[in-house]
Design a protein around this ligand. Structure first.
Ligand code: ZN
Length: 1054
């Protein structure tokens, strides 16, 4: 039809125009039928154009519609290109040559007609791929250069540039052309064109946003995608990676703005990039393209809502008083109906400044930068200012926790001591491990009920069913023999554990016991190396996530466990889904959603009275199939990176394995990775920032036993009931020479006791000298587990306690040399309720030391008071150490406090008198680095940070005046130095660390000698000189902060 309209205007007085008319009269069908005629006509036109300038002009002249005829005939041909036959025919008749000639002629006009150039290039882009000689012809006719020059002259003309780019792509499929294009600076040209959209986003945010907006308005996204797809299909030998990458980078930058992301979605960008990337996957050299593609897709992935009604913890605890400015008031004072899961309006224009390789190093750099901002620069605050705080009259009540300082031992000492056993620890007197095995009901044959009800009536899991003849208790003969873990584990006793659970008070009032806590954990004897990351894991996981969008019909989206509904757990007995449970001490799974047949999204509960802190997890799974690979995704993680990306695996406990005599947590999981996901994080959850996402921790695993009950945990669980059991068992290790007292320091908000231990040696005799020596022993003050998610701290503490109660000569010397005051669990409520970070007040207790509230932070308030009491009694501890776990670093290390090292790290100027400082704070970590294989001096820091001014370490240093005040951080992951290099950390290594800590105190004692501090200083410097050479070598290799430490030490060694 278009055909006929054009025809009417063709003058008939020239040969070329006649031929054109003839060509025109042949409609598309005719051209196909009478190909020979068409060929002849085309050839004649071509000949005339090539030989007679006049003919060319006639075709091109304004009055003539010759151009339109040819273009229209091409248009018709290419419209019907389902088979490509018409284009093929046109090509075979020399049509390409005609087009090139027209292009050359048109280029001679000044300026060339933009409309014509546009049409010609659009057609060439369509015809080109059908003509095997297209590239050669383009080069020989000079069309190649015409296109390049045209582009160079029209760098800002998107409309014209895009078809040119497409043609250029076809030209370059010819190898000679590709080389020649490269020589002619075409790659540079490409980048000049896409440059406005490839400006580094972070550096040129404003400029880039403007360009991105312009690009979206110009419909550039669709064209870029088409171009990319075109290159993807045709650059089969991957010679033009740079151009393809350039196109993606443009898309990446355009999609930094919301408008761009919208345009990308509308242009079906997700599917296009998903499909092209999937095709690229087998070719390793295309990684750059795949990585950039996935970056774009992740950015544009529509944000999903976390599948929960609110991000506030599923459990609420009524506080005795709620400070108006506190976090709980803020949490619950939101007007009803406010959705805290996603932001109401998604109008954020902010884009995540993603990097393509979020490596550990990047992260550390960020940490370092942040750390530099955080250094305390106020010299007044830097100098320890002893602040005894409460008046002595008030503190006198704490005298009862220091009976060893006043007792006279004239009466029968043992009876005094045993009577002083705190009320919070109930000793199990009746337990005697007579049988080597005990019978328990199998949970497995009882319909998969995984845990036992304790307390209440009926059959009690904890009752000793060790006697024979209990087979019928389980019904259907459901009894299995279980090795008595009490025999395998000196400090474990299942019966005692259940006794302890009965006295543990949780907010949800748990009535079940998890098997691992009941059976106990025997550390495996095999090594558990850091998991080597398989290449491309994160990518394939992300692609599986994107598939949820591409193939929505494959997604089940079935909630199988949901704490937010009263009937939880949601049990469906069709055998198609796993069963989940975490309603036991330290459990914290909120929801499990079956996404695909063998894939589950898991949502962790927030700490009680808070709406975040998701990291720790502990849950139970049953109803599994043997040998099937299951994928689990914890979808509401918050930290930007995790050791799960660097070799750490999750822990799994199999009840079947336990029953078979292997009661243990083992590192497990393949394809583990941690990455930013597509679940929106509301500004309420992200500290006011909009447009943030959660992170996924994903792992895959298979189960080896049918009808098993398995548990997964972030780290080796250590419940409050476990602590109470261990403390009770410690009593059994007491000898007449050991002074062990267990007190209840206070009651927590949740109504649980906070144990305080005193360990030392009994005085040698009742003589005044010996009593005097006994009372004057230096004090060591230890605490742990202020952060409930850091269970490793409890295992280290267990090692310390066991060592201190041991019979080794070292332990004897330690007890004779020191009085140990130990609060092994500063946050029992947090531990019991499955919190990661907080207590029931919804606050981090290790940020409350400056001004602890007796009602809201009782354990901190009273622990600090103990220390204040000691200051009044002029018995300031020699060492204070709070045990923690570190989720981002490997090895074990310490943080201490030093004015000098803090000043050194900052820019503040200080007088030399400000820098007078005893180096004693370095001794203990130094000794540890020599004797404890997991300990790394290089990771230690002695800088006082502003953000840490209310932590135990800083407050005990500054206010209590303990020079050796530390946090000891143990990795959750593993070691990258020393004897355990390349291995994940286990409870054996953690307990060893706790024991080595004690040994280091003994060395410290030897150095402190007769408490002559000058003498001590010399000795400490002595120790350091031993390692001088090693350190100097390191000095040359390492820089920055280690450098500072060395400079510092160097001056003292001279
Ligand atoms: Zn911590």
């Amino acid at each position: 039809m278009f055909w006929i309209v054009c025809f009417s205007s063709v003058p008939s007085n020239s040969r070329v125009l006649m031929l054109l008319g003839q060509l025109e009269r042949m409609n598309g069908e005719a051209m196909l039928k009478d190909v020979e005629t068409a060929r002849q006509v085309t050839a004649k036109i071509l000949h005339l154009i090539q030989t007679q300038e006049k003919s060319g002009k006639e075709v091109m002249s304004k009055g003539s519609s010759g151009m339109e005829v040819i273009l229209a005939s091409l248009e018709v041909s290419s419209l019907v290109n389902t088979t490509g036959r018409r284009v093929g025919v046109f090509v075979s008749k020399g049509g390409t040559g005609v087009l090139f000639q027209l292009l050359i002629n048109a280029s001679k006009e000044f300026p060339p007609s933009e409309e014509l150039m546009l049409q010609l290039h659009s057609l060439l882009a369509k015809v080109g791929p059908k003509d095997r000689k297209f590239g050669v012809k383009a080069r020989l006719t000079g069309a190649l250069n015409v296109t390049i020059n045209l582009m160079k002259q029209n760098l800002l003309n998107n409309k014209l540039l895009l078809p040119c780019l497409q043609v250029l792509r076809v030209y370059s499929s010819n190898l000679v052309n590709a080389v020649s294009l490269g020589k002619n600076g075409v790659v540079e040209l490409m980048f000049k064109i896409v440059a406005p959209y490839t400006v580094d986003f972070v550096n040129e945010q404003h400029e880039c946003e403007t360009n991105a907006r312009r690009a979206v308005d110009g419909g550039f996204v669709t064209v870029l995608l088409a171009l990319y797809l075109d290159w993807h299909r045709n650059d089969t030998r991957h010679r033009h990676m740079l151009i393809r990458k350039g196109l993606l980078v443009s898309l990446r930058n355009i999609t930094n703005i919301k408008l761009g992301r919208k345009a990308f979605i509308e242009a079906d960008g997700m599917r296009i990039l998903y499909n092209t990337s999937t095709e690229c996957l087998p070719v390793r050299t295309l990684d750059l393209l795949i990585n950039t593609s996935s970056l774009i897709m992740r950015k544009c992935f529509p944000k999903n809502r976390l599948p929960v009604p609110t991000i506030k913890s599923a459990f609420h605890f009524q506080l005795p008083n709620v400070p108006a400015a506190g976090p709980v008031a803020q949490l619950y004072n939101q007007p009803p109906g406010v959705d805290d899961v996603v932001d109401e309006s998604d109008d954020n224009e902010e884009a995540d400044a993603d990097t393509e390789n979020d490596t550990e190093n990047d992260d550390d750099d960020k940490d370092l930068l942040a750390a530099n901002d955080d250094i305390e620069t106020d010299l007044n605050k830097l100098h320890p200012k002893r602040n005894p705080g409460r008046p002595l009259e008030e503190l006198r009540v704490y005298e009862r926790f220091f009976l060893e300082l006043s007792e006279d031992f004239q009466v029968a000492k043992m009876s005094i001591l045993t009577n002083r056993n705190s009320s919070c620890i109930a000793l199990s007197a009746k337990h005697s491990p007579v049988n080597s095995t005990r019978h328990i009901q199998s949970p497995l044959l009882l319909g998969g009920i995984a845990s036992r009800r304790v307390g209440g009536g009926g059959s009690n899991f904890g009752s000793d069913c060790g006697s024979e003849g209990t087979e019928d208790e389980g019904g259907e003969g459901a009894v299995l023999e279980v090795p008595d873990t009490a025999l395998l584990l000196p400090l474990h006793d299942p019966d005692l554990y259940v006794e302890m659970v009965k006295g543990t008070r949780s907010v949800p009032e748990y009535a079940e016991v998890a098997y691992p806590d009941y059976f106990g954990h025997v550390a495996p004897t095999f090594k558990e190396p850091l998991l080597e990351r398989v290449y491309g894991v994160q990518r394939s996981k992300i692609y599986q996530d994107i598939e949820r969008l591409i193939h929505p019909n494959d997604i089940l989206d079935k909630a199988v466990y949901d704490l937010d509904i009263p009937s939880c757990p949601v049990i469906e007995d069709n055998g198609e889904s796993l069963k989940f449970n975490s309603q036991f001490e330290s459990g914290n799974l909120r929801k499990a959603v079956q996404v695909r047949k063998y894939e589950y999204d898991l949502v962790l509960n927030s700490d009680v009275n808070s709406n975040h802190y998701h990291q720790w997890f502990y849950f139970e799974v049953s109803g599994m199939r043997v040998g099937t690979v299951y994928r689990f995704n914890i979808i509401n993680c918050e930290k930007s990176n995790s050791q799960f990306n660097y070799g750490m695996q999750v822990l799994m406990y199999s009840v079947q394995e336990a029953i078979s005599g292997r009661p243990r947590w083992v590192r497990t999981g393949a394809d583990i990775c941690y990455y930013k996901n597509h679940f929106a994080r509301s500004s309420i959850a992200a500290g006011g920032q909009k447009g943030k996402s959660y992170y996924s921790m994903t792992f895959s695993t298979t189960f080896s036993h049918k009808d098993d009950v398995c548990y997964f945990a972030y780290h080796y669980p250590y419940t409050y009931s476990t602590l109470k059991m261990h403390l009770a068992k410690l009593e059994a290790l007491r000898t007449p020479q050991i002074y062990l007292r267990q007190d209840n320091l206070c009651e927590t908000l949740g109504g649980n006791g906070c144990p305080l231990l005193t360990i030392t040696a009994m005085p040698e005799s009742n003589s005044n000298d010996h009593i005097c020596q006994f009372r004057n022993r230096p004090l060591i003050f230890l605490s742990a587990r202020v952060h409930p998610g850091e269970t490793n701290a409890s295992w280290v503490m267990k090692g310390t306690l066991e060592f201190l109660m041991g019979t080794s000569p070292l332990a004897v010397s330690l007890r004779e040399g020191f009085i140990f005051k130990i609060v092994p669990m500063l946050n029992p409520d947090g531990v019991i309720n499955g919190n990661h970070r907080c207590s029931l007040s919804g606050e981090d207790l290790n940020r409350q030391w400056l001004n602890p509230n007796p009602e809201l932070h009782p354990t901190i308030y009273h622990t600090k008071s103990l220390l204040q009491y000691l200051v009044h009694m002029q018995r300031t501890p020699l060492v204070f150490c709070d045990y923690h776990g570190h989720s981002r670093k490997k090895n074990v290390f310490m943080y201490g406090c030093s004015v000098k090292e803090t000043v050194w790290q900052s820019n503040i100027t200080a007088s030399s008198s400000d820098l007078q400082e005893d180096l004693g704070y370095r001794t203990l970590p130094k000794i540890l680095s020599q004797i404890a294989p997991a300990f790394s001096m290089g990771s230690c820091s002695f800088v006082v940070e502003r953000s840490k001014e209310s932590t135990a370490r800083v407050v005990v240093w500054r206010e209590i005046g303990v020079q050796r005040s530390y946090t000891m951080e143990s990795t959750l992951c593993g070691c990258d130095q020393g004897k355990y290099k390349g291995l994940q950390i286990g409870t054996r290594e953690l307990e060893e660390m706790g024991a080595q800590f004690c040994v280091s105190l003994l060395r410290l004692k030897r150095l402190t000698g007769l408490r002559n501090h000058q003498h001590l200083l010399d000795l400490e410097n002595d120790i350091m000189t031993h390692t001088k050479v090693v350190r100097l070598v390191k000095w040359r290799i390492l820089q920055s902060h280690l450098h500072t430490q060395l400079m510092h030490e160097g001056t003292h060694m001279l």
